[in-house]
Design a protein around this ligand. Structure first.
Ligand SMILES: Cc1cc2nc3c(=O)[nH]c(=O)nc-3n(C[C@H](O)[C@H](O)[C@H](O)COP(=O)(O)O)c2cc1C
Length: 428
């Protein structure tokens, strides 16, 4: 068995990552408020020996007519899921723009206790003005402001988690509960936060929950370089995966950290079939459920201009360079790359964006998908993947039951868990 092993996260999102998934006759659209649905999904991923399940998060309701966006809040949902799983890691998104370090550190530390050391934190700075308006701001601060706040936020959270020494608790009934010399203030005084500390949750099993990051911009990559212990990547193809991964690895090394320890996990949408045609048919079945008007409206937000009158069967009009685009850089750069390499029609672009928004898509037999995964892994474009099943639970089950065994046979993936914590699964 080779030393280096693949890592998989299951990115759980509503009925699945395809925007039309909820319209599918077999979708779980009636169960989105039922915690047992997510518990079952986590159990499937745990059966597949995934490192973690992952929940994204946002702070606005979206357009309720176009499909479900958010439902259960991730941290509270993970508390329940922790009780129905035993080994798999649990990663939640917490925004540094809208929370405070004390709140976030406290909830994540509490969850680390509840899950017995399986919590990860996807550090995000959030994106949209509609989110800001729910948090006493009229608009989002600039990206640079958000990332400056994020760095200070993470520093404060790390200090809070370290404010209880590992051996602080004595629990001597005849004497003291904890050694006060081992529970210390942090006295953080910065530009955004004043946090005295110590935290009011004693140190969790992992010490520090595992930090995930997915920055694409200069500031985002620098934040990942400083703090990330695992990185979510948007890469449409192997070349862009390798480009991103080697750039951020270089930045991590410049920070004096061991870049070989950090798992890079591009998002991966898979359609698995017993033949390639069957896999393509699964995709087409979802694509036909896509409402064109809404898809064009969403594309408008991705590219920062009104696309509602774009002709579906014409090539995508020329888009301004990334440097002229004021919104989230990562997805925009991906769209530019798809347009450049595939010269799609508008309709084709909508189909590609409908599942995973420009993340890598693999369509085929289990062997074909295993081959592609192996090629990314061997080329250094990925250490594993953040699986984005287009339709839940089916696409997750297909992957776990059909692709995972092949990767195991090839010695690329664990055949059992060898650790109890998320940190352990990631070899940190
Ligand atoms: C897999 C993945 C999950 C993400 N989850 C969230 C999320 O839940 N909430 C959020 O506001 N941003 C999320 N993001 C966005 C990133 O945090 C980041 O803003 C984005 O990749 C663009 O990078 P930039 O901020 O450096 O421009 C996610 C990105 C990726 C790739």
């Amino acid at each position: 068995m080779s030393a280096r092993q693949l890592h998989f996260n299951a990115f759980l999102m509503g009925c699945g990552h395809h925007q039309a998934a909820w319209r599918h006759p077999s979708s779980a659209v009636e169960q989105l408020g039922d915690i047992s649905y997510y518990e079952r999904l986590a159990q499937i991923a745990e059966r597949g020996l995934f490192d973690a399940i992952f929940f994204a998060d946002g702070q606005s309701a979206g357009d309720p007519s176009s499909g479900p966006l958010w439902f259960l809040e991730p941290l509270t949902a993970l508390a329940a899921i922790a009780r129905k799983t035993s080994r798999i890691g649990l990663v939640a998104t917490v925004s540094t723009t809208f929370h405070t370090p004390f709140h976030a550190a406290r909830m994540l530390a509490s969850l680390d206790h509840i899950s017995q050391g399986r919590i990860g934190w996807n550090v995000v700075t959030s994106m949209f003005d509609v989110e800001a308006r729910n948090h006493s701001m009229s608009a989002m601060p600039t990206s640079n402001e958000r990332y400056a706040r994020a760095a200070e936020f993470v520093d404060a959270a790390l200090a809070l988690w370290d404010s209880w020494a590992e051996d602080a608790i004595i629990a001597d009934r005849a004497d003291i509960f904890a050694d006060p010399d081992k529970v210390n203030p942090i006295d953080h005084t910065g530009q955004h936060f004043q946090v005295a500390g110590p935290l009011n949750v004693p140190r969790g099993p992992q010490g520090r929950p595992v930090l995930f990051q997915a920055g694409a911009s200069e500031a985002g990559r620098e934040l990942a370089a400083r703090y990330a212990e695992a990185v979510y990547v948007v890469a449409y193809d192997l070349a862009s995966g390798r480009e991103y991964t080697s750039d951020v690895r270089r930045r991590i090394a410049l920070q004096g950290r061991d870049e070989t320890k950090i798992a890079f996990m591009p998002g991966l949408v898979t359609y698995v079939g017993s033949t390639e045609a069957e896999a393509q048919a699964k995709k087409a079945e979802l694509d036909t459920l896509l409402p064109t008007k809404q898809s064009l409206a969403q594309l408008s937000t991705f590219v920062g201009q009104d696309c509602s009158d774009w002709n579906l069967d014409e090539p995508v009009p020329t888009l301004p360079p990334a440097s002229d685009f004021p919104g989230p850089q990562g997805r925009y750069a991906t769209i530019l790359r798809i347009v450049e390499t595939e010269k799609p029609t508008v309709r084709q672009l909508l189909g590609l964006l409908a599942a995973g928004g420009g993340h890598c898509t693999m369509i085929g037999t289990p062997e074909q998908i295993a081959d592609k995964i192996e090629s990314w892994f061997v080329a250094g474009a990925a250490d594993g993947f953040n699986l984005m099943p287009p339709l839940l639970p089916h696409a997750l089950e297909d992957f776990v039951d059909q692709v995972v065994p092949i990767l195991q046979q090839r010695g690329l993936y664990r055949t059992e868990y060898t650790a109890d914590t998320l940190r352990g699964h990631l070899g940190l």
